[in-house]
Design a protein around this ligand. Structure first.
Ligand SMILES: Nc1nc2c(c(=O)[nH]1)N=C([C@H](O)[C@@H](O)CO)CN2
Length: 118
């Protein structure tokens, strides 16, 4: 299966378990890989037949602003379901990194892969 991907998408949003995290936005970085068959888009050179990575990026940012949650797990699960439904891809992998969370680590985060249920 072919892939369309987004690397290190920077989103600033309210996210976290602790009270101090609910007061100001923090940086998250998303790596997103979407399975797709690119043959129709390649044959026609038509963006409407492609998974538009710019539209996905904008939706991910908007989703993060509209859905303020505590856990990275909750956020990526919601994002995966949104991408599967709105962009007609059969499978998506999302890795989210929260570099400021653990000072002694370069970064921490969560990665999931979800497939559309037929
Ligand atoms: N598996 C997770 N562990 C932790 C999360 C999380 O979202 N998933 N979040 C926190 C805090 O919000 C942390 O980022 C603040 O230091 C802790 N562990």
């Amino acid at each position: 299966m072919d892939k369309v991907y987004i690397s290190q998408l920077h989103v600033e949003t309210i996210i976290g378990v602790y009270d101090f995290e609910k007061e100001s936005k923090q940086s998250l970085y998303f790596d997103i890989v979407m399975a797709t068959d690119i043959s129709s888009a390649a044959a026609t050179d038509d963006i409407s037949l492609a998974v538009d990575y710019a539209k996905v990026s904008a939706r991910v940012d908007a989703f993060c602003q509209q859905n303020q949650v505590e856990l990275l797990e909750t956020l990526v699960e919601g994002l995966a379901q949104m991408i599967l439904q709105e962009f007609a891809v059969p499978q998506v992998t999302i890795k989210v990194s929260k570099p400021a969370a653990v000072p002694k680590a370069q970064t921490v985060g969560v990665e999931i892969t979800r497939a559309r249920v037929r």
